[in-house]
Design a protein around this ligand. Structure first.
Ligand code: SF4
Length: 193
């Protein structure tokens, strides 16, 4: 697996302050993608022990809520198995920290992936420019879903996802967002419904 960046104290890619791993490799080619430089799976840097240590040094800090896998697509075939192994390692080492993952794939296509047992939240779906809204919570376009992975997996039909939070954080926007389910998350996303 290769990666482009590790960002620290990130407030934009999940609850709390997080460390974010931006992996290389994505085949979704969304129009208006915020990060096309990450599409090439051979781009960036090798994800090695030094990169892992950099992440662990961040996760050792009490104020860091967890790690977010982004990119690129962490579930691209070039990344899937190493992301799974690393997510397992993080979950075992830091059981109280949360793991988020952004992917262009749909939940219905990926919910059976073994990596899901280690994840708290998945933000799914391609970025659709016509549905872009800068005020959405944790996602770029309205079609995407912020999914509570563990709550979804124990559903009678796990293909029907339980959402971690609604589309928006503010009260007024929440009230307008009548089609979404209430926050079911293990961790706070800023909505209190
Ligand atoms: S899935 Fe994400 S990284 Fe991949 S093309 Fe779409 S917006 Fe860009």
């Amino acid at each position: 697996m290769r990666y482009h960046n590790i960002t620290k104290d990130d407030m934009l890619n999940g609850d709390g302050l997080r460390v974010v791993l931006w992996v290389a490799g994505c085949s979704h080619c969304c129009k208006g993608c915020h990060n096309p430089v990450t599409w090439d799976p051979d781009g960036g840097l090798l994800f090695d022990e030094k990169a892992k240590k950099e992440i662990f040094d961040q996760l050792d800090k009490s104020y860091i809520s967890g790690i977010t896998f982004s990119g690129g697509d962490p579930l691209h075939s070039a990344n899937r198995s190493e992301v799974q192994n690393f997510a397992k390692e993080v979950k075992e080492k830091y059981p109280d920290k949360t793991i988020w993952l952004y992917t262009g794939a749909l939940w219905e296509q990926i919910y059976e992936e073994p990596v899901m047992q280690y994840l708290d939240v998945v933000v799914d779906g391609e970025f659709i420019q016509a549905q872009k809204d800068n005020t959405l919570l944790w996602k770029g376009s309205k079609n995407q879903r912020v999914i509570n992975v563990q709550a979804s997996l124990v559903q009678t039909d796990p293909r029907d996802p339980v959402l971690h939070c609604k589309d928006y954080a503010s009260v007024s926007d929440r009230e307008a967002d009548t089609g979404r389910m209430a926050c079911e998350g293990q961790v706070s996303c800023g909505c209190d419904s």
